[in-house]
Design a binder for this molecule. Structure first.
Ligand SMILES: CC(C)(COP(=O)(O)OP(=O)(O)OC[C@H]1O[C@@H](n2cnc3c(N)ncnc32)[C@H](O)[C@@H]1OP(=O)(O)O)[C@@H](O)C(=O)NCCC(=O)NCCS
Length: 216
């Protein structure tokens, strides 16, 4: 555990009805909202921001400089890397991995075991055989726009933008940008149609956009 990690050694004994064995921690850090609930086993940097009412479950790790918004659910074993940005009302399911350079806008769903990567041409070593350092490679950022969903086990290749309310199917490997309201799946992920804000299939992007305006 790094020195900048909040020590959460209290006994987790007062289970609550809705979220189970999670407690509110009185924190010295001003960056973590007092109403956030962080499981005793989670490792949350004091240099990260965690918004109001956000719940962070067992064994999740939130690194320094990460910013998590309000009313989020961060599942068991989720990894939120240095500087990652997560908007409000996001749900990140168990075991999802969000690497540096990832930005999730508000209301994004990330399914269990999904991986959002950051290096298009990964190498451990330089051509001279020396170990690559953190400055020896370029981050290709990923942006997931408002309301979009990423299915279980999907891999999002670095540099991709996923549009508003888009839907990525389970197990997809996304190598290209996804349009607003577009449904993609497969390896490589291909456009498979359109979905509305509720996730139901519709015949066109126009229909999806009109549906949102009517609901709004
Ligand atoms: C992509 C998805 C939204 C499509 O749902 P749908 O519109 O109901 O699609 P259907 O089930 O009617 O399937 C249509 C076709 O696509 C195929 N298909 C569906 N999802 C697929 C996927 N993720 N990858 C590859 N093919 C898929 C089906 O096998 C079917 O093929 P067929 O026409 O040859 O029989 C859904 O399958 C999915 O992956 N949802 C994400 C689930 C998830 O990860 N949830 C996380 C929370 S636990």
């Amino acid at each position: 555990m790094s020195p900048s990690t909040i020590p959460v050694y209290f006994q987790c004994s007062t289970a609550t009805v809705d979220v189970g064995c999670v407690e509110t921690i009185l924190r010295e850090s001003m960056l973590i909202d007092p109403s956030a609930r962080i499981h005793v086993s989670a490792e949350v940097s004091q240099e990260s921001h965690v918004g109001a009412r956000t719940v962070i479950w067992h064994h999740a790790q939130v690194r320094e400089g990460a910013r998590i918004g309000a009313d989020c659910v961060i599942g068991k074993g989720v990894y939120v890397d240095v500087g990652v940005v997560v908007g409000d009302r996001c749900k990140i399911q168990n075991g999802a991995l969000l690497y540096r350079g990832v930005t999730l806008e508000n209301g994004v769903f990330v399914g269990p075991g999904a991986i959002l990567t950051n290096d298009r041409l990964p190498r451990a070593i330089n051509p001279d055989g020396t170990l690559k350092q953190s400055t020896d490679w370029v981050i290709s950022p990923i942006r997931v726009r408002e309301g979009a969903s990423i299915g279980a086990g999907a891999v999002i290749v670095a540099g991709v933008t996923i549009g508003r309310f888009a839907m990525v199917g389970a197990g997809a490997v996304v190598t290209k940008d996804v349009e607003d309201y577009q449904l993609v799946f497969g390896n490589p992920a291909r456009p498979q149609g359109w979905v509305n804000a509720s996730g139901q299939r519709v015949s066109s992007r126009k229909e999806a956009e009109e549906g949102l305006r009517e609901e709004g």
